[in-house]
Design a protein around this ligand. Structure first.
Ligand SMILES: Cc1cc2nc3c(=O)[nH]c(=O)nc-3n(C[C@H](O)[C@H](O)[C@H](O)COP(=O)(O)OP(=O)(O)OC[C@H]3O[C@@H](n4cnc5c(N)ncnc54)[C@H](O)[C@@H]3O)c2cc1C
Length: 415
């Protein structure tokens, strides 16, 4: 490491860490982003296929786009924002899911969310699965959609936390990739890559950050690690911060994995249309056909089912998806699709999952996790957001908030 001392060390260079770094740089405060991976972006990660299409293996949708700060960032970078409606706001293709069944499912799902909202506002907090109508034939599929939203089955998720999520229901995309825009926002920040942080020693006057590449000293640290990693790393802080470890444990990362398939003869399908695999159970995938008009299928897997497939390696996802598509579209369809990319987020040692949910009774862990310690340690990352958790804009907003807290603490210390 060229220079191992800084005013503020930022642990993790994802959406939150990058946003924090930019905020500090604007305030002319020296900072160093310490990132375990060989790239910036974290769970925001765009790769390209051979023809050059951007494939977002992590976040892809600018959720709450009308108030999402990444929109302005991407526009300032000269990127193209696509404002077409997302597949989930339109009827699915009727293949294997006729319109009358879609209408019945839609009605059952709306009723579920209404009950969930009512339950979420009651005390004490319970599992979101309390909102199921035991006699409803669509419970399996509602739970499947729940795993796409939360990364976990509804029985594992806090009703209060689920209800706390704020969504304006405006969803846009960056044609060049959400991950591309987020990583590029880190250009110009002082960064050290391939450098996992092992421990933050807060015993001395200055903080000592032990990394795989040596020790960094800093006045202040902003921790943006995924909550699952904070929960798992018993020796992350010295002395330990049991409140933080416990809060992080209340906010596990759910699992969502995306598989991209190439599709020949794609024009047969409407751009941004969608198919459901099975409609009678939770263990199934959803298929976005021709995302952004491209000759691709983006397959989404969630929750326990995604975890089981991860155990079978990358091929397990492709085998499952192709079998389900062939079941819906006929044997000839097999020749038209080819696996392109998948990333197994639970197996990723620097993520351990996809996005956070709160366990029942643990919604307030988000506030506890976000609280600063001693004016020297600050916390950011999607799991710290009370209303925008599990998203890249939640990461951004908590990163800026943590940087502002660090700036205010510096001013107090200097006064
Ligand atoms: C499949 C999938 C789909 C998604 N879809 C969307 C979507 O459509 N819209 C949306 O808004 N969000 C979506 N998300 C969620 C979104 O990607 C995340 O919420 C967001 O990127 C999290 O940002 P963050 O900065 O909080 O965390 P991260 O991006 O995880 O950043 C933390 C950083 O810490 C690093 N790190 C880990 N361990 C160490 C260590 N020991 N030392 C140093 N660094 C370390 C990591 O490598 C990472 O770069 C999706 C996520 C996935 C996986």
């Amino acid at each position: 490491m060229a220079k191992s001392d800084t005013e503020v060390a930022i642990i993790g260079g994802g959406a939150a860490g990058i946003a924090a770094g930019r905020r500090l740089a604007k305030a002319a405060i020296e900072c160093l982003v310490i990132e375990a991976r060989p790239r910036l972006g974290g769970r925001a990660w765009t790769v390209t296929d051979d023809p050059g299409n951007a494939l977002d293996l992590g976040c892809g949708w600018l959720h709450s786009a009308d108030r999402n700060p990444w929109v302005a960032v991407a526009q300032a970078q000269g990127r193209v924002i696509d404002r077409s409606a997302p597949p989930w706001q339109k009827p699915a293709l009727p293949i294997g899911f006729p319109p009358d069944e879609q209408a019945a499912f839609g009605k059952a799902q709306r009723a579920f969310f209404e009950r969930l909202e009512a339950i979420g506002q009651k005390s004490p907090d319970v599992s979101a699965s309390a909102a199921f109508d035991p006699n409803c034939r669509w419970n399996g599929m509602i739970n499947a959609v729940g795993t796409y939203i939360s990364g976990a089955e509804m029985e594992k998720v806090s009703a209060l936390d689920f209800d706390n999520y704020a969504d304006t229901e405006i969803n846009w995309r960056v044609r060049e990739g959400y991950g591309t825009a987020i990583a590029a926002h880190g250009d110009g920040l002082r960064t050290v890559l391939d450098c996992p942080v092992l421990q933050i020693d807060r015993r001395g006057r200055r903080l000592k950050i032990e990394t795989a590449k040596g020790t960094v000293t800093a006045d202040q640290v902003i921790v943006t690690l995924p909550s699952a990693i904070i929960a798992e790393k018993e020796f992350l802080f010295a002395p330990a911060l049991p409140d933080k470890t416990e809060a992080a444990a209340g906010l596990p990362l759910g699992l969502a994995d995306k598989l991209f398939l190439s599709l020949s003869g794609a024009e047969e399908f409407e751009a941004d249309s969608r198919l459901f695999g099975r409609t009678d159970r939770t263990a199934t995938a959803t298929y976005a056909l021709r995302p952004l008009g491209r000759p691709l299928i983006e397959v989404y897997f969630g929750g326990r089912f995604a975890k089981e497939l991860e155990a079978g390696g990358d091929e397990a996802f492709a085998d499952y998806a192709i079998a389900e598509l062939v079941h819906l579209l006929g044997e000839d369809f097999r020749k038209r699709v080819k696996p392109l990319r998948i990333h197994r987020w639970a197996a990723d040692p620097f993520a351990l999952g996809s996005y956070s949910y709160a366990k029942p009774g643990k919604a307030d862990c988000r506030t506890t996790l976000a609280e600063p310690v001693d004016g020297r340690l600050f916390f950011a990352g999607e799991a710290c957001s009370e209303h925008d958790f599990s998203t890249a804009h939640g990461g951004y907003l908590t990163g800026v908030a943590a940087a502002d807290q660090a700036i205010a603490a510096r001013k107090r210390a200097q006064a």
